[in-house]
Write a protein of this length. Sequence first.
Length: 435
Amino acid sequence: MADTFQIIIKKGPTPGRVFELTQSEVSMGREASNMLHIEDRALSRSHARFIRSASGYSIQDLGSTNGTFVNGNVTSGVYVLQNGDIITMSDAVELEFRKISTGSDPNATFVMPVQKKNDATEVLPSRAALQAELSRVKTAGHAEEHRVLFSRWFEELWNKKNYEITRELVASEFTAHGAGGQDIKQGPDGVAGMVKIWHEAFPDGHMTMDDIVTEGEMSSIRMTFRGTHTGEFYGIPASNKSVEVTSIGIDRVVAGKITEGWGELNMLGMMQQMGANPGPDQGPKEFDIETSITPEHVGEAYAALSSGDMNQIKQFWAEEMVWQVPGHNQLSGWYLNRDEFLAFMGQVGEMSDHSFHMDMIAGRVLVTGDYSVDLTRNRGHKKGEPDKTMDIEVAHVLRWRDGKVIAGKGAIFGDGATEYDQFWSRSPVVTPPSH
């Protein structure tokens, strides 16, 4: 099995950080463009580099101001590193070079104890045991690396508003696959821009990392945000109310940088705490349960919406209605009155070159009390991209009062959810139709 190599930061700005050496050449220095970026004034912008060879790694000083030392000796030229070597650039920065191997190299960090039978006969560990122990050692290294990285992530970016930290911790090709309906642009600037929106709405906001579980490149994090809503937040005016929301994030870390993220944010809980969406105890006053709604009435409401006739629309869709669009795309989220809902429908038409249409599926409407559930087929193509099409089934849950819709929510299942998000995103790709 191939050897693996690590740099452990023993002293410096991020003690405990583990950096995997995998490239043929790894630059190190104070400049953020270095693969191993260490923010310390004692280091030169481009201080040294690690060079891969058949036997492992060597280190070469790049004419730095303060020099590079291995085990207390200044290096000149290329120095071949051995397992356990201590590398220093100043009194404040100390690194350890580690080699992890299942081979017979006496300098290797990884050692499996030899077992003995009762007659003192030596029994060598099996290959499976060797592989299992190596996996355990590597996993422990990743766990520590990720814990340190995300501790800095929350403290520096979210709590100290150091937006430049994203250039150190986020890969240029970073992609967000979902963040509670937020549209996050690619790369470090996209992440910084998203966090700035939160800071403008919650200047006193504070994020804590409650739990982190790591396996390989992936970490799952439970986090809690607390703050006071004193600025506009995605169109919701300041309420001066306090919010506390716990969410889950899953992130991939490669070569010390976050490359992908999946976020499940409790946006509904936030909206309720800000008063933007009625909570269980903040709903409309009691009223008689609707009994006059029929499947035909539901169909007439959709027909009025399709007609574009405002007089017909007003007969079926209440002025104070709310509507939630599912998914993680630029259209996802809450629309808090009829005008916003109709503006959303207009945006759907514009973005689809008015090809988008919903067809109710015959016999697929259920009415109970003041709720109805219907199944519709949504189809269309993207404006300017006729080959980018969508064909999915969507379940709508509507709540009625006095014959009008007062609340609605869409639900998409299976591959349709991915198809829906990709269709409304800026991605040129869309999952093959699941209908």
